[in-house]
Write a protein that binds this ligand. Structure first.
Ligand code: LRH
Ligand code: MN
Length: 430
């Protein structure tokens, strides 16, 4: 029988913390009341907020230089599901995971769906992979996939995406995320126009087979692994493609996929206005697609993004129904701890965005009272909403302090015993 953290351990730990927590929650509640903000209303919003865990993120990540796997590494999707369930058990913020194929390929998807159900984890968007060749693959993706110059390779890439949809249907997923590495490293290597036409031809073939109520998420990325041109390099190209194939095609924003200092919240505002915001791959970065923990480098940026999301939801923006997912690589931390903290940081930005007095902000913006507008805008970011996040967890049966309970459970030590290290095992990317 594989080890699960006993819920009693959460109860015992919460019992020791609840008095101090109640005091903090009460104090924050009284403070917010003075600005006619109902703390319980925000706690309810946070409790209903969910962000999906990337299955490829629960194993230790690495770089092209090295990967330093830790004890109890997940050996495959069944172990990954256990770890995803543990993250949700303690945070109550991550009821679904986002799988990646063929990394999470199994022979019996009904068995996988049943195991996930038993663990209380659902499946969010499925991710296709036409950026790596599989062992023995003849039609290589070296020079591209959905935009490859050879029809046979494009067809192979389309077929893989259709297979991902079939798998997703068995798992109860409702969306396909398509990120392609296609691009070039030399000026002149590829025809920048024709590759986009080929991509659209392939995307149309995938779109034609998208089940009802499914959506396809197009993920743009500035560069890497291609370093001169990338076929779907920015939100504008992604939006052109989405509008070219149909209303079920939407644009997914991976925070790390932009040039440094790009104003991502404005891109989010434009995609919301176009009714084409698919959702997010949350992470953080300082230089490139660093895939660092969400909120670890620039939590104010995350807050500015959530301001656009809470504002869109408040005004009932048409077609606004984004999917929230994490997409990170954990090279030096326990991936479970990083994913728990990152899920809570996403919730933090969400809760803080509700503390903006939107009527006062509107008036200050209208009056061009710059400093007043900025201070009203930033008021949410400087508020410590930790008691709200803890209360949402506590009410959901989670831990007031998930990291403390996780460490007290010795979950990783248990898994190290259950999961003998597999030489050459990988978390996915490396
Ligand atoms: C590409 C990306 C994409 C995934 C991959 C694991 O950089 O963000 O979302 O397929 O990481
Ligand atoms: Mn991503």
């Amino acid at each position: 029988m594989s080890y699960r953290i006993p819920d009693a351990l959460i109860g015992e730990a919460n019992a020791k913390l609840v008095a101090a927590h109640a005091e903090d929650y009460g104090a924050l509640g009284r403070r917010l009341e003075r600005s006619s903000v109902d703390i319980d209303a925000i706690t309810a919003k946070v409790a209903a907020f969910a962000v999906a865990v990337p299955t490829w993120g629960v194993g230790t990540g690495g770089t092209r230089f090295a990967r330093f796997p830790g004890p109890g590494e997940p050996r495959g999707i069944f172990d990954k599901l256990e770890d995803c369930a543990t993250i949700h058990q303690l945070t109550r913020a991550t009821p679904t995971c986002s799988p990646h194929f063929p990394w999470d390929k199994v022979s019996d998807y009904r068995e996988l769906a049943e195991r996930a159900k038993a663990l209380g984890v659902g499946f969010d968007a499925v991710n296709s992979n036409t950026f790596q060749d599989q062992p023995g693959q003849k039609l290589s993706y070296k020079f591209g996939s959905l935009s490859h110059s050879e029809k046979a390779v494009r067809n192979r890439a389309v077929a893989h995406n259709l297979e991902c949809i079939e798998i997703g249907e068995k798992l109860g997923s409702k969306a396909l995320t398509v990120w392609i590495a296609d691009g070039s490293n030399f000026p002149g290597q590829s025809n920048l126009n024709r590759v986009f036409d080929w991509y659209l031809e392939s995307l149309n073939a995938i779109y034609a087979r998208l089940p009802d109520h499914w959506r396809v998420f197009l993920e743009h990325k500035l560069c890497e692994p291609a370093f001169y041109s990338t076929v779907i390099s920015d939100w504008g190209t992604s939006l052109m493609a989405a509008e070219a194939v149909g209303p079920k095609a939407l644009c997914l924003v991976d925070l790390g996929h932009h040039a440094p200092n790009v104003n991502i919240e404005q891109i989010v505002a434009r995609l919301i206005r176009a009714g084409r915001l698919a959702g997010f791959h949350f992470n953080d970065s300082k230089y490139g697609d660093d895939d660092l923990d969400t909120g670890s480098i620039d939590p104010f940026r995350l807050y500015r993004v959530f301001n656009e999301l809470v504002y869109a939801s408040a005004r009932g923006a048409p077609g606004f129904d984004p999917a929230y997912m994490l997409d990170q690589s954990h090279n030096v931390t326990d991936p479970i701890e990083s994913l728990m903290v990152s899920a809570m940081e996403v919730q933090r930005a969400y809760a803080q965005a509700f503390l903006i007095d939107r009527a006062a902000l509107e008036a200050a913006q209208q009056a061009n009272d710059v400093m007043l507008a900025h201070r009203i805008f930033k008021a949410g970011f400087v508020a410590d909403v930790s008691p709200i996040l803890a209360e949402a967890r506590r009410r959901g049966g989670g831990a007031i302090d998930p990291i403390a309970v996780y460490r007290a459970s010795k979950y990783r030590t248990h898994k190290a015993k259950e999961r003998p290290a597999v030489a050459g095992s990988s978390s996915g990317i490396v």
